[in-house]
Design a protein around this ligand. Structure first.
Ligand code: MLT
Length: 400
């Protein structure tokens, strides 16, 4: 008899965003006349930028010609893309070798797959509220999970507690779901904590391109010593609208090593390379050509134009909440607005109230953890006119 992974019994029935999609589909079926505005899942709405489209068209032509056709590519990603990303980091003053960069089909997959490198008896530390993938993937592999409180009092930016001992620490900055961003001193405290304990920081930088404040760090490697204790995940989903195109990268520095129980020194970069070459066959050539175009001067300009558009949406939402006297976080260096539910409503209560009375979809804060109860997330990734319409509907409803 096959013994199944019993840990799956410890998961909630369904993934947060699938749960929301089901509820919205049911509402839509019952109310076909209602125009629903979706500001729930952080999915982009602008089309791919011209630089990406023309690079992908050229790559399609290459694939159609025997002289330039390509079959299996390198599992780690093509050099042209790894080098373009290394150059992007160098521009921000961070030196990363191209062979420390691994191209993949998504930060979500990499964040989930990275747990392969760690033993089941590691203790995991995550903020609460948190992107559910960090929690669910560790429940699947049976690890003990500790939560640190992210609350309005600490600006949703929990700091290390010397009394807590953890081996794998997840940080996300700019944060999903709260939009809060760590400064360099705060990240240094985390790097110091991780190095002292020989822990590993799993740093999710998926929203780094939304940082406009020059003082805020885009990468954990802006902190000295981080290469010895941190893995960084980043994605083109939010930077360049690749949610449906799929391309991301993970940085595992050469300097990141840990001792095995037998005393052998293990390189996490070599382990990740071994894992990827075994279980992954790389991202399509056409997609990687499109991704490389993002890092050209023209591509970066176009990407920033789209990011400014989404941040403009976030500002429209933020301004309305300021006018309504609703407390919120995020929205400035992040696409997410993390609002306090009005009239002491609970997160799911507000979700249904908003859906049923304004036909606007958001994400209940409680879906991200206990501390998210009473909070609600809206995204700036919508269409401009629809965002304005959603804000008008919310304002009319909450002014009553
Ligand atoms: C979100 O809405 O939190 C994100 O879109 C989820 C993701 O990036 O996987």
């Amino acid at each position: 008899m096959a013994h199944i992974n019993e840990n799956y019994q410890n998961l909630k029935d369904s993934y947060l965003f699938s749960d929301i999609a089901k509820k919205v589909a049911a509402f839509s079926q019952e109310n076909p006349q209602q125009e629903i505005i979706r500001l729930g899942i952080g999915d982009v709405t602008l089309p791919l930028m011209p630089a990406v489209i023309s690079a992908m068209h050229a790559a399609v032509d290459e694939m159609g010609d025997a002289a330039t056709f390509r079959g299996y590519g390198p599992e780690q990603g093509y050099d042209f893309l790894r080098e373009a990303i290394a150059a992007y980091y160098a521009k921000n003053g961070v030196s990363i070798a191209a062979d420390e960069i691994f191209i993949s089909d998504g930060a979500k997959s990499d964040v989930g797959n990275i747990v392969d490198l760690f033993a089941a008896d590691n203790t995991v530390l995550v903020p609460d509220p948190v992107y559910p993938v960090y929690v669910d993937t560790n429940i699947m592999s049976g690890r003990k999970i500790l939560y640190m409180n992210a609350t309005a009092e600490n600006g949703f930016l929990p700091m290390p507690d010397p009394a807590v001992s953890a081996d794998m620490i997840y940080l996300c900055s700019p944060n999903n779901p709260t939009g809060a961003v760590y400064n360099k001193q705060q990240l240094k405290a985390w790097v110091d904590y991780a190095r002292e304990r020989e822990a590993v920081l799993l740093f999710d930088a998926a929203y780094e391109a939304f940082i406009g404040d020059a003082q805020l760090p885009h990468s954990i490697y802006e902190v000295e010593g981080a290469k010895e204790c941190a893995i960084e995940f980043c994605s083109l989903s939010k930077t360049a609208g690749f949610t449906g195109t799929r391309c991301a990268y993970t940085i595992v520095p050469h300097a990141l090593e840990r001792k095995g129980a037998n005393g052998a020194t293990l390189s996490l970069r070599s382990m990740w390379n071994r894992r990827q070459t075994t279980k992954f066959n790389g991202v399509p050539y056409i997609v990687q050509r499109g991704a490389a175009a993002v890092f050209t001067e023209e591509g970066m300009q176009q990407a920033h134009k789209a990011i400014d558009y989404y941040k403009g949406n976030a500002r429209i939402i933020a301004d309305a909440f300021t006018a309504l006297g609703i407390r919120f976080f995020g929205g400035a260096n992040s696409p997410y607005i993390w609002m306090e539910c009005p009239n002491h409503m609970k997160s799911w209560e507000f979700f249904h109230y908003l859906l049923e009375n304004a036909a606007v979809v958001g994400t209940p804060g409680a879906g991200f953890g206990e501390n998210g109860e009473g909070w609600f997330r809206l995204t700036g990734f919508g269409d401009r006119e629809k965002t304005k319409e959603a804000v008008a509907r919310i304002s009319a409803l909450l002014k009553k």
